[in-house]
Design a protein around this ligand. Sequence first.
Ligand code: 3PG
Length: 212
Amino acid sequence: MTPQDASLKAEEICRLAPVVPVLVVHEVAHARPLAEALVAGGLPALEVTLRTPVALDVIREMAQVEGGVVGAGTLLTPEDVVAAKEAGARFGVSPGATDRLLDACESHDLPLLPGATSASESMRLLERGYSVQKFFPAEAAGGAPFLKSLASPLPQIRFCPTGGVGPGNAMDYLSLPNTLCVGGSWVAPSAMVKAGDWTGITALAKEASGLG
Ligand code: 3PG
């Protein structure tokens, strides 16, 4: 898959809803009800971070949920790419980008949303063909004012800011011309997941899907 095709796919996924839930799931049994709750609340694109030992099994389960588009986050190595693809991930997200990671995503046909936090990082990715990028860690790296400043010199790059984004500041990003959607963990708080409060999570997802 070319970087250009990857970006087209990433844009399509980012346009499904204003928020992509960033999920750290510790129990495989939570996978299906969690994905169903988020999809029911209007958030179909889901990022499962590869940060727990069960993450790949969680992707396998969530990939069966109707209406969901499940991706793998925290991709760091070519091995992560192969494993994510094999588990059924339809897209990948990485906090930054390396040549090895980009090569692996391109050769395994996994559309990637690669991370960047500076004009130079964004330009390098754009030079390779990635016009849709994750802005991470969004708040710590300068927040909405920083991203807004990139819109004039780099209007061809669209972002999914993630990291420190929540209901209080999501609109600061979503109102920018270079933001397609935001990523965030607030729609699936660990206490609610642990308690199996799927109705509560659907309610949070509904609020989030109404943003923008
Ligand atoms: C992460 O690193 O977990 C994501 O960027 C989500 O960050 P958040 O918990 O601040 O939404």
